[in-house]
Design a protein around this ligand. Structure first.
Ligand SMILES: NCc1[nH]cc(CCC(=O)O)c1CC(=O)O
Ligand SMILES: [Zn+2]
Ligand SMILES: [Zn+2]
Length: 373
């Protein structure tokens, strides 16, 4: 194929700008270049060098992705406080709100109408007496999560309810379990307590329990309790398997009031360089009975998402684009670094390309406007 025949193709091709004068003059300039250069420039017969035709049309571009982002892949994090009439914007998470139980249905109604399929519930106890060493408020039958489950089940019977299961929002020390006297996690007591909380959410009607505490053995403990209670067949167990420590949960901790009062979470959340450790945690959690494995944060850990897909070949992989990732995108877009919507898609498509089937995203309400299906 010669250069001049490629150039003449240009005149027939569909063009988004309708082949305006500008393009026509480019084409004629290219053509006159081709006629003078045709003898010296010749493109060899290598047909595999031609890729553009495969993605010149928007539909053809969509065919290039293994997984297209759809509304059913998105899970929206929802923060519920213990003050029923609360409705306040979260300063650290632009555009996101914390709501009380009375404002839950008004928050979700327009989103469900636009195709919201799934939420992840977080409880935010604000009452000064709400926190103690055991995180008692986590499974308070009158607390925000259990009452939130009941309200959502009734108002939106088709909405899939995931519940984040952890103690850090409810403990006086802000750690994700019960502590030894020296301040380290007491793994056995923590697992007992976390699995009780998971059971309380499942029995209240949650479709999914998702422990984010990172104590060893909690997946197995929860699965066994679900089986024992005869509800394992209707409750999905999503493990925050590869959850890394670092600075990307800051805005969430602000929103949920779960900043640890001392120390940090590095003894239970994974070290950022720990790819092998993440693979072991994923393998372990699959073995303990997880139905879905999660990687978190998402964009900084795309290799881990890919590993999760590889290890859990037959399982759905979820990725949590966490508060810090969201806040960074908001801040950069606001500063004019890039367009917010373009980056929302680009980051999410990267997460899907790495292997995720499910994305937990603060952009969900916007995606419901942006996506057709
Ligand atoms: N353990 C609770 C929990 N569940 C989800 C997140 C983070 C979510 C986000 O940053 O958006 C956290 C915070 C943490 O572990 O400190
Ligand atoms: Zn926690
Ligand atoms: Zn420790």
């Amino acid at each position: 194929m010669s250069f001049s025949s490629l150039v003449s193709d240009l005149t027939y091709r569909d063009r988004p700008n309708g082949g305006n004068a500008d393009t026509r003059s480019q084409v004629s300039r290219a053509r006159s270049y081709a006629s003078t250069a045709a003898t010296s420039v010749s493109i060899s017969g290598d047909i595999s060098s031609q890729l553009h035709g495969g993605y010149s049309h928007p539909l053809a571009r969509s065919w290039q992705a293994e997984r297209q982002l759809t509304k059913s892949m998105l899970i929206y994090p929802v923060f519920i406080t213990d003050r029923p009439d609360d409705e306040e914007l979260i300063a650290s998470l632009p555009g996101q709100k914390r709501v009380g139980l009375n404002k839950l249905v008004p928050l979700l109604t327009p989103l469900v109408a636009k195709g919201l399929k799934s939420v992840m519930l977080f409880g935010v106890p604000l009452a000064p007496t709400a926190k103690d060493a055991l995180g008692t408020a986590a499974d308070d039958p009158n607390g925000p999560v259990i009452q939130g489950i009941r309200i959502i089940r009734k108002a939106f019977p088709r909405l899939f309810i995931n519940t984040d299961v952890c103690l850090c929002e409810y403990t006086s020390h802000g750690h994700c379990g019960i502590l030894h006297e020296d301040g380290s996690l007491n793994n056995q007591l923590s697992v007992d307590r976390i699995s009780d909380v998971a059971m309380a959410y499942a029995e209240a009607g949650a479709h999914c329990v998702a422990p984010s505490d990172m104590n060893d053995g909690r997946i197995r403990a929860i699965k066994l309790k679900l089986i024992e209670a005869g509800i394992a067949h209707r409750v999905l167990l999503m493990s925050y398997s590869a959850k890394f420590s670092g600075c990307l949960y800051g805005p969430f901790r602000e929103a949920a009031g779960s900043v640890p009062s001392f120390g940090d979470r590095r003894c239970y959340q994974l070290p950022p360089g720990g790819r092998g450790l993440a693979r072991r945690a994923i393998t372990r959690d699959i073995g303990e009975g997880a139905d879905v494995i999660m990687v978190k944060p998402a964009s900084q850990y795309l290799d881990i998402i890919s590993d999760a897909k590889d290890i859990g070949k037959d399982m759905p992989v979820a990725a949590y684009q966490v508060s810090g990732e969201y806040a960074m995108i908001c801040a950069a877009a606001k500063a004019g670094v890039f367009d917010r919507k373009t980056m929302a898609f680009e980051s999410t498509e990267g997460i899907l390309r790495a292997g995720a089937n499910i994305v937990i995203s603060y952009f969900t309400p916007e995606f419901l406007d942006w996506l057709e299906t």
